[in-house]
Design a protein around this ligand. Structure first.
Ligand SMILES: Cc1cc2nc3c(=O)[nH]c(=O)nc-3n(C[C@H](O)[C@H](O)[C@H](O)COP(=O)(O)O)c2cc1C
Length: 461
């Protein structure tokens, strides 16, 4: 029997996200990002098509690695301008019943006390359909503008802060308020029974939080924790605390390795690897037939902006791509940066003479995610094989042309996947955790480190 895949739309609260220059396509609706009516229409479309959720990437900085300037990012709307995605969630939740929402929030410049309140609020307002994507902020612009630092903190220091951050947030969510703390007893004039609300008494290297959480318990308490880092430290954090992990492998072989590695690491931390969903980032350009999809893809490629792609790619890779000639193969470049680029792309296709222009073409559509182009059968075959051959749970669907690509997917691909039993036709449970792991598991599972705080709370009761 075909395994049912999890499907999230990967989006961004701005005119353009990963793709470069395609905002100029006649059908692109990115400029509507400022309108609630746009997001409401989108939420309804996704729920009707039985998507598990929409997932919002977010940055608190901007891309300025390319030519040491933000100009090319601005010209191509390369993740700037960008509004805060959290404000969209209540509006999208109000017009849906089952669709879930992942929101990216950084641990670098926030504090757990405030973030815990934000996500408890969203969990209440969505009836438990919220997830938190933990990121550690890699841009120097965020460090400079938010914290007055010259550049982002060192990689492992960012992760050390993230580990403690998540720990404090989980203490607030799981061990401060007992389930029955809110009594709302008119006779004794008691709204909250004080003996049922506890200080978390956290004292750590980065944070001191002695007191109680500001919010009463929400349906999931801890939002579903997402993570996307691929370094050893990032994978360790995911294996320890994430419940859903975004992966961006260049092919199935690489994805299988990443999934197997994550599962093995989760076991080392005493967790059941089935309690972590793995979602591969992918871009699908679909149409009624293979030929029409291919024609659409070629139309998109014509629009790819070299400068826009390089503005993004330089920031993601940490290498200013303006030092390379667009058509000079990396193998002819002697710098360390040239070799790093060469090694990365050789893994993808060793037979190709990779140049910066190839990278622009490759990453201009859907960022560095693989791209599938085709009609219903071809795309369904391909997506199913990604799942069957790698053990991944599903996909995070990026787009090149905003709204239209996902709408095409709902029209051409979803019915085919559903026909084959590869995508759901109705929802299970009501919370995000249940959507991922089955009905009746709205709360953290027993093997999650946050469940220990739940036990501590039970012992105090
Ligand atoms: C699919 C995917 C989505 C990501 N989304 C975001 C994001 O929205 N905001 C952000 O600041 N970083 C985002 N990142 C970056 C990661 O959080 C992380 O900083 C990066 O992958 C480097 O981590 P590493 O050093 O552990 O590999 C994303 C990464 C991947 C693979």
């Amino acid at each position: 029997m075909t395994k049912e895949m999890r499907v999230f739309a990967f989006d961004f609260n701005g005119p353009a996200h990963l793709s470069a220059g395609t905002w100029r396509h006649a059908t692109d609706r990115g400029n509507e990002y400022k309108k609630l009516s746009y997001w409401i229409e989108y939420a309804k479309l996704l729920e009707e098509a039985c998507f598990d959720g929409i997932f919002f990437a977010d940055n608190d900085g901007y891309h300025e690695m390319y030519k040491n300037s933000v100009d090319d990012s601005l010209k191509d709307a390369a993740q700037i301008p960008t509004n805060d995605p959290s404000y969209l969630i209540p509006a999208m939740a109000a017009v849906t019943k089952h669709l879930s929402f992942g929101v990216t929030s950084s641990t670098a410049y926030d504090v757990p006390y405030k973030l815990a309140r934000k996500f408890s609020t969203l969990d209440h307002l969505t009836d438990g359909r919220i997830g938190w994507n933990v990121v550690t902020s890699y841009t120097n612009s965020a460090a400079r503008n938010i914290a007055g630092l010259e550049k982002a903190q060192a990689h492992d220091d960012r992760y050390a802060r993230a580990e403690e951050f998540i720990d404090v947030a989980m203490k607030l969510w799981e061990s401060s308020w007992e389930d029955d703390a809110v009594v709302r007893d008119v006779e004794s004039s008691t709204y909250v029974e004080p003996s049922r609300v506890h200080n978390i008494e956290h004292q750590g290297e980065h944070f001191s939080v002695p007191g109680i959480h500001l919010c009463e318990p929400s349906p999931q308490r801890t939002p579903v924790i997402f993570q996307a880092g691929g370094s050893p430290r990032g994978v360790a954090l995911a294996a320890q605390t994430a419940e859903a992990v975004f992966l961006n492998a260049m092919n199935k072989e690489a994805l299988k390795k990443q999934v197997d590695n994550l599962r093995a690491k989760a076991e080392e931390f005493g967790r059941n690897p089935d309690h972590i969903a793995t979602l591969q980032m992918i871009t699908v350009i679909s149409a009624a037939t293979d030929e029409e999809a291919q024609a659409k893809y070629e139309e998109y490629l014509e629009l790819v902006s070299y400068e826009g792609a390089m503005a993004r790619y330089s920031s993601w890779s940490g290498i200013d791509m303006s030092q390379f000639g667009p058509d000079v193969p990396f193998k002819n470049v002697e710098t360390n940066a040239g070799q790093t680029m060469l090694n990365f792309f050789l893994k993808m296709d060793p037979s190709k003479d990779w140049t910066p222009r190839d990278i622009a073409e490759y990453s201009g559509i859907g960022g560095t995610s693989p791209v599938i182009v085709g009609g219903p059968q071809k795309v369904a075959d391909e997506l199913i094989s990604w799942i069957e051959e790698t053990g991944a749970s599903g996909f995070n669907l990026a787009n090149a042309v905003k709204f239209q690509d996902i709408k095409d997917f709902t029209e051409f691909v979803v019915p085919e996947l559903q026909k084959r039993g590869a995508m759901r036709t109705s929802f299970t449970g009501s919370t995000l955790r249940e959507s991922l792991f089955g009905e009746g598991v709205a709360r953290l599972p027993e093997d999650h480190p946050g469940a220990a705080y739940r036990k501590q709370l039970a012992a105090k009761a």
